[in-house]
Design a protein. Structure first.
Length: 259
């Protein structure tokens, strides 16, 4: 098997397998569980951003200041993007900005859109990492691909739950995640031909991916948890956020820190 074939197969298999496993879990969840499991999704997003993506970005970058500025730019970019989505909805009969929040069960796809943009960047970088590993050694490429599949599963579960919470159907959530996973193949193939010139861009892509996760968790999802201020609900939310963070940390630890 050629190196390029290995990269393409690993990228396709890695993306589809992690999404299939995540979909199996997320789609079997009852509708009434989704708001509760959003707390887990918050933890998974923050865990992926702060425990995996940002350390990797800072390790690879030549300038921590530039990478930090990229994250700040990403947060502002997603703020503007969300405003544009809100503006579009305010030109229809039922505008979220003009109707009480409790009249809506979801956020018109805003948080789902944000997370798909960021996840596409993340998948693109995964493809670059797979290609780099295969170019170094075929066996290392296989091991790296397995590690990426393992660390993607808890994050993809969180992505599915956010899409469902954001108003997408289960079929739409699956197709969007599947489409986003194709960025892994694009990143892998481009990296095979242009790895040296693309290597310095990896921290930038990782910074944008982390920014999307932080923004969605903090700006879109956490405020919704405050609608249930009672002590029992707060404890439940904190526990599920902790489980989300813990799933990322445990996966990373089991893979020896190379997730």
């Amino acid at each position: 098997m050629s190196t390029l074939t290995g990269i393409i197969l690993a990228s396709l298999f890695g993306g589809t397998l992690s999404i299939a496993v995540a979909a199996l879990f997320a789609m079997s969840a009852r509708a009434e569980w989704v708001p509760m499991l959003v707390s887990y999704a918050i933890g998974a997003l923050l865990g992926a951003a702060f425990l995996e993506i940002l350390p990797h970005a800072f390790e690879l970058t030549k300038s921590i200041e530039n990478t930090a500025a990229t994250i700040l730019f990403g947060i502002l970019m997603f703020f503007v993007l969300e405003k544009l989505v809100l503006w579009r909805h305010c030109h229809v009969a039922h505008c979220e900005a003009h109707v009480p929040a409790n009249n809506h069960g979801h956020d018109h796809g805003r948080s789902g859109l944000m997370i798909m943009v960021g996840d596409t960047f993340h998948n693109f970088v995964d493809g670059i990492i797979i290609a780099a590993a295969f170019l170094a050694d075929f066996q290392i490429g296989v091991v790296t691909s397995l590690a990426i599949i393992a660390h993607e599963i808890p994050q993809e579960v969180g992505d599915f739950l956010i899409l469902l919470h954001s108003g997408y159907s289960k079929k739409q959530a699956f197709l969007l995640n599947l489409l986003s996973s194709l960025a892994t193949v694009v990143g892998g193939v481009l990296a095979y031909f242009m790895l040296q010139s693309m290597h310095e861009w990896i921290p930038f892509f990782l910074g944008i991916a982390a920014a999307s996760m932080i923004y969605v968790a903090v700006a879109d999802l956490i405020p919704g948890l405050h609608k249930r201020p009672e002590l029992l609900a707060t404890l439940q939310q904190a526990l599920l956020i902790g489980l989300g963070i813990g799933s990322i940390w445990l996966t990373k630890a089991l893979l020896g820190g190379h997730a």
